[in-house]
Unconditional design. Structure first.
Length: 284
């Protein structure tokens, strides 16, 4: 369960909202170009955080959906402009291509607006750990061996997200909090649990084979940080459901945080982003 615990409830004005400083930030699976992208929440997150390194770990833009139907509101453009602005101001931004934005793989090694495009990357934490960074689709058997099934699954997933929006509209009407249908299904459906476990193990094995201390990925829309036989596996989640990011503190410590901490700040409630106050605990 991702949690953001509040402190003494002090109120802050919009002008007082701080930009929280991290050494590194990883985000993925934003899916700009789709109605289910939570671009407004991501923009809040980007406005109120700063980092030396920013990694975009694939599926930032959803080329699959844009080819079917063009959808690009101003808010999606604002997210792109915010990232470009960070790069201009000195943040080292790396774009690791995924499967939904696979067109970016035609531009590997090039830089656009100060953003370098890579198929994968490497990061060394402040405490000396080497992390392999890649989207993860190349370790997804469905994407690699049954591409047509991946497209079908993508459409079913979009249907689930739309159903989830309707359900949460009803829940809000009766005073119930947000609830993710697809995350519930991922935890409860046996095949989904097995698929996620196989994916995580495959990524950890690749990191071990290449003598990394850990791996950071996205792709499956399930934020996670855990040890797999001595390898640190990190998945930064997504920005269509869980609204999560992986961050590195100046000490080198890694944490998963979610947008609710930024939302608390945006609503004028003081909160803490460093330390145990905002941390990824466990899936319940």
């Amino acid at each position: 369960m991702l949690v953001a615990s509040l402190d003494d409830g002090r109120r802050l004005s919009e002008e007082q909202l701080p930009a929280y400083r991290f050494r590194s930030i990883w985000i993925s699976d934003v899916h700009l170009g789709t109605p289910t992208c939570q671009a407004g929440h991501l923009l809040d997150f980007l406005k109120h955080t700063e980092s030396t390194y920013l990694y975009l770990v694939g599926d930032i833009i959803d080329g699959w959906q844009l080819r079917r139907r063009w959808f690009w509101p101003q808010l999606h453009n604002d997210v792109v402009q915010k990232v470009l602005r960070k790069a201009r101001k000195g943040t080292q931004v790396t774009y690791v291509a995924g499967n939904h934005d696979e067109v970016m793989r035609h531009f590997l090694g090039l830089a656009f607006g100060g953003i370098e495009v890579r198929s994968e990357s490497e990061h060394v934490t402040a405490d000396g750990r080497r992390l392999l960074i890649l989207h993860g689709d190349l370790f997804d058997a469905v994407v690699q061996n049954a591409r047509w099934l991946a497209f079908v699954g993508d459409q079913l997933y979009l249907f689930t997200l739309k159903l989830n929006q309707w359900l949460n509209h009803v829940r809000a009407k009766i005073g119930l909090p947000y609830w993710s249908l697809s995350q519930f299904l991922k935890h409860k459906v046996k095949n989904a649990v097995s698929y996620i476990s196989d994916f995580e193990t495959a990524l950890a094995q690749e990191a071990r084979r290449r003598r990394f201390d850990g791996v950071v990925c996205g792709h499956i829309h399930k934020a996670e940080m855990r040890d797999i036989e001595g390898i640190l596996y990190c998945n930064d989640g997504d920005w269509v459901e869980s609204l999560t990011a992986l961050v590195e503190l100046e000490s080198g410590e890694l944490r998963l945080i979610d947008w609710r901490a930024i939302e608390a700040l945006r609503n004028g409630v003081a909160t803490h982003l460093h330390g145990v106050h905002v941390a990824y605990l466990a899936a319940d």
